[in-house]
Design a protein around this ligand. Structure first.
Ligand code: FAD
Ligand code: NA7
Length: 444
C-alpha cells in the first residue's frame, strides 16, 4: 500500500486529511498516511498562542496571529463546499468573524472527519532524504526527545509560509530606544495605546496591524510603504508615507521628508518560504506570489512528482482553494489523475506563470486565482461550489475597502454553499473590542 507523509496540520494539511476521509466514505481504498504536526494541536496559524520566540522544547513558534484578529475577507469566500458555516454553527453568522470563530469552524470539520488518529502531534520533521523511490523522513518527538527515521512513498508538504519573518535592517536600529518587532511577534495592540507607532509594509499585515493599533488607542500610526501605497482613506491619527530611510534617535526619517517621532516600529515586511528540513533540490524557492514556479497545478514538484506542496501561493482564496489542491493531490496519489509528459507539464507551468506575471491589479489577481481554483475543481470530485459568486464577492470586498477601510468588515455576503446571507453583526468592527466567540455569536 502507498505510504504518504504529510507535514503540517494547518488548514492545508486538514484539507488533505479531509480529502482522504471523503474518498474512504465513498468506499475507496485510501493510502496509509502519517501526519506530522510540530504543535500540540492542529489548525496551524489559527491555533493562537501568547508565546513568541521559541516553545518549551526550543522549537521556533509557528504562530503569527494575534488577539483581536478578525477575518480579513468575507467568510463566504473561504467556505468549505462540504461543510457550510450554517451546518457548523447551526445558524447564520455575520460575514467577518474573529479568529476563534474561524478556528472553531476549521476544527469542527476536522473533528467530524475522524482523522486525528493519523496525526503525530508535538512531532517536528527535521530532515527529508530522497531515497530514489520515495523519502526517508526523520522526525523528533518533542515531548520525549526521541528521533526516528521512516520511509514513505509520497510526501505532502503543508507547513505554511507565513511563519518565518523577513526582517530588514535599517540604519539607527541598534540605537533606537523604543520597541522593534516583526508582525510575526505582534500579539496585542493594547501594548501600543497612547504610543506613536510606525508600521512598515503595504500588504495585509501592515494594513491590519496599523488598523489594530489605531482601534486600540495608539496616539499616531504612520505606515511606511516601499513601492506602492495601500492608498486607503486613513482616519485621523493615521497616515501613509513613502519608505523609511533610517532611524535617527527616536525618529523615523522617510524618503518623502517626513520625520516622525516613534515609540515602536512594527515590521510588517512579510515572510520567507522556509523549509529547513528539505534538501536543496526539493526546496521550493520563491517570494510570496500567486503562482510559485516549479509547481505543476500549483502543487506537484516538477522535478520529483512524489513530492507535493499545498498552499504555497499568495492567497485571496484560502480554505476552499486548499481543499481543491488537496483533492487534486489525493487523486494523483490514488492514481485517479495521470500526470502529463515532462514537456506538457513544463508548458502548463509556464503558461500560468506568464499569466501571473502580466497581472496588473487586485481584480485581475482575483480572477487569476479564481480561474486556478475552477481549473483544479474541474479535475476532481470536490463538491460543487459557486466560484463565480466568490469572484464577485472578492470584487465587492475590494470596493468596500476602497470606500472605507474602517467599515468593510461590517458588510454582509451570501454563501456560495447554502445561499444564506450573513446577518449584520450586533456591533460594528470598530466598536467591537471583545473578539471572543461567545460575544460574537451572541445574537440577542
Ligand atoms: P499554516 O496555517 O501555517 O499551518 C502549517 C502547519 O505546519 C502548522 O501547524 C505548523 O505547526 C506545521 N509545521 C510547520 N513545520 C513543520 C515541521 N517541520 N514539522 C511538523 N509540522 C510542521 N487567511 C484567511 O483565509 N483569512 C484571514 O483572515 C487570514 N488572516 C491571516 C492573518 C495572519 C497574521 C496570517 C499570517 C495569515 C492569515 N491568513 C488568513 C492566511 C493563512 O495563511 C491561511 O488561512 C492558513 O492558515 C494557511 O494554512 P497552511 O496549512 O498552509 O499553513
Ligand atoms: P506580504 O503580503 O507578503 O507582504 C509583505 C509586505 O512587506 C509587502 O508590502 C512588501 O512591500 C513589504 N516590505 C518588504 N520589505 C520591506 C521594507 N524594507 N520596507 C517596507 N516594506 C517592505 O506579507 P503580509 O505579512 O502583509 O501578509 C501575509 C499574510 O498575513 C496574508 O495572507 C494575510 O492574510 C495576513 P512591497 O509590496 O514589496 O513594496
Amino acid at each position: 500500500m502507498t505510504k504518504v507523509a504529510l507535514i503540517g496540520t494547518g488548514p492545508c494539511g486538514l484539507s488533505f486529511l479531509r480529502s482522504l476521509h471523503q474518498a474512504q466514505s465513498k468506499g475507496e481504498n485510501i493510502p496509509e498516511v502519517v501526519a506530522f504536526e510540530k504543535q500540540e494541536s492542529w489548525g496551524g496559524l489559527w491555533n493562537y498562542t501568547w508565546r513568541t520566540g521559541s516553545d518549551q522544547y526550543g522549537d521556533p513558534i509557528h504562530n503569527s496571529m494575534y488577539r483581536y484578529l478578525w477575518s480579513n475577507g468575507p467568510k463566504e469566500c473561504l467556505e468549505f463546499a462540504d461543510y457550510s458555516f450554517d451546518e457548523h454553527f447551526k445558524k447564520p453568522i455575520p460575514s467577518f468573524p474573529p479568529r476563534a470563530v474561524l478556528q472553531d469552524y476549521i476544527l469542527g470539520r476536522a473533528e467530524n472527519s475522524n482523522v486525528k488518529k493519523y496525526v503525530k502531534f508535538n512531532t517536528t520533521v527535521t530532515s527529508v532524504a530522497d531515497n530514489g523511490n520515495g523519502f526517508d523522513i526523520t522526525y523528533r518527538n518533542k515531548k520525549d526527545d526521541q528521533t526516528k527515521t521512516e520511509s514513505f512513498d509520497k510526501l505532502v508538504v503543508a507547513t505554511g509560509h507565513f511563519s518565518v519573518p523577513y526582517i530588514p535592517e535599517y540604519e539607527g536600529m541598534n540605537s533606537f530606544p523604543g520597541r522593534i518587532m516583526h508582525s510575526h511577534d505582534f500579539r496585542d495592540a493594547e501594548e501600543f495605546r497612547d504610543k506613536n507607532v510606525v508600521v512598515l509594509g503595504s500588504s495585509y499585515s501592515a494594513e491590519d496591524v496599523a488598523l489594530q493599533c489605531h482601534k486600540y488607542g495608539a496616539k499616531t500610526v504612520t505606515i511606511g510603504y516601499r513601492n506602492n501605497p495601500m492608498g486607503f482613506n486613513w482616519p485621523e491619527g493615521m497616515k501613509e508615507v513613502h519608505y523609511m530611510d533610517k532611524i535617527d534617535g527616536n525618529k523615523a526619517v522617510f524618503k518623502d521628508g517626513t520625520v516622525q517621532e516613534m515609540d515602536a516600529l512594527i515590521l510588517c515586511t512579510g515572510y520567507l518560504h522556509h523549509f529547513p528540513f528539505l534538501p536543496e533540490d526539493l526546496k521550493l524557492k520563491t517570494h510570496n506570489r500567486l503562482y510559485p514556479p516549479n509547481l505543476y497545478k500549483g502543487v506537484v514538484w516538477q522535478n520529483n512528482q512524489n513530492l507535493f506542496y499545498l498552499g504555497m501561493q499568495d492567497q485571496f482564496h484560502t480554505f476552499n482553494m486548499f481543499d481543491a489542491q488537496a483533492w487534486y493531490v489525493r487523486d494523483i496519489i490514488m492514481n485517479k489523475i495521470t500526470l502529463p509528459s515532462a514537456d506538457e507539464l513544463a508548458k502548463d507551468i509556464d503558461n500560468w506563470v506568464k499569466k501571473e506575471e502580466a497581472l496588473e491589479d487586485a481584480y485581475q489577481m482575483i480572477d487569476f486565482q479564481t480561474d486556478y481554483c475552477v481549473d483544479l475543481c474541474s479535475a476532481v470530485d470536490y463538491p460543487k461550489i459557486d466560484f463565480e459568486l466568490i469572484r464577485k464577492h472578492f470584487y465587492d470586498w475590494e470596493h468596500h475597502k476602497e470606500e472605507n477601510i474602517l467599515t468593510y468588515r461590517d458588510k454582509s455576503f451570501s454563501s456560495p454553499v447554502t445561499g444564506t446571507t450573513g446577518p449584520s453583526h450586533h456591533t460594528t468592527w470598530l466598536d467591537a473590542m471583545d473578539d471572543s466567540m461567545s460575544t460574537y455569536l451572541d445574537t440577542k
